[in-house]
Design a protein around this ligand. Structure first.
Ligand SMILES: [Zn+2]
Length: 141
C-alpha cells in the first residue's frame, strides 16, 4: 500500500510531540534498533489525512501489528471497539502500567482491544518499560 509523503517538518513535529516515544507502548526510540515510524491513526484507506491531528509516533512493532486497522473485537464482550487514538484519547484514561513488571493493563475496552491487537505487552518490551516506569521517566499522556 502506498503511503503519503510526510515532510521532514511534519515528521519532526510528530517525534517532538511524542518526546520520541511510541505513543502506544511508550518505548523510547533510543531503545530500539529500528527507528520509530509516523503512524496514520486512521489509515489513509479509511479516509485518514496526513495532518498533525491524524499522526502519531509509533514503534515499528506497534505499527506493524496495527497495520491499517482502526478497530478490533473485544474478546470480553464480543463488541467491535475502535482502537486508542493518541490525538483524541488520554493514555492514562485507557491504560495503566504496573511498575513492578512493565506490563500495561487496560482501563477501558479501547485499552483492551489496543493492547491485544498491537501486542503491547510483547515480552521484549517488558524489561525496558519496567526499568523506565520504576525510574519515573516514562511519558504517559
Ligand atoms: Zn510501540
Amino acid at each position: 500500500m502506498s503511503k503519503s509523503y510526510i515532510s521532514t517538518k511534519l515528521r519532526k513535529l510528530v517525534s517532538d510531540r511524542a518526546q520520541n516515544c511510541c505513543e502506544y507502548c511508550l518505548i523510547p526510540e533510543s531503545l530500539t534498533l529500528v527507528s520509530h515510524q509516523v503512524d496514520h491513526v486512521i489509515a489513509e484507506k479509511h479516509g485518514g489525512k496526513t495532518t498533525e491531528e491524524n499522526l502519531a509516533l509509533s514503534c515499528s512493532l506497534c505499527n506493524q501489528a496495527k497495520g491499517s486497522d482502526i478497530a478490533s473485537i473485544d474478546l470480553e464482550t464480543g463488541d467491535v471497539i475502535r482502537l486508542y487514538h493518541p490525538r483524541q484519547d488520554q493514555w492514562r484514561e485507557n491504560f495503566q502500567i504496573e511498575e513492578s513488571s512493565g506490563v500495561i493493563y487496560p482501563l477501558t475496552a479501547i485499552g483492551r482491544v489496543t493492547i491485544q491487537l498491537l501486542k503491547i505487552n510483547r515480552s521484549a518490551c517488558l524489561p525496558y518499560r519496567q526499568m523506565l516506569a520504576q525510574a519515573k521517566i516514562l511519558v504517559q499522556k
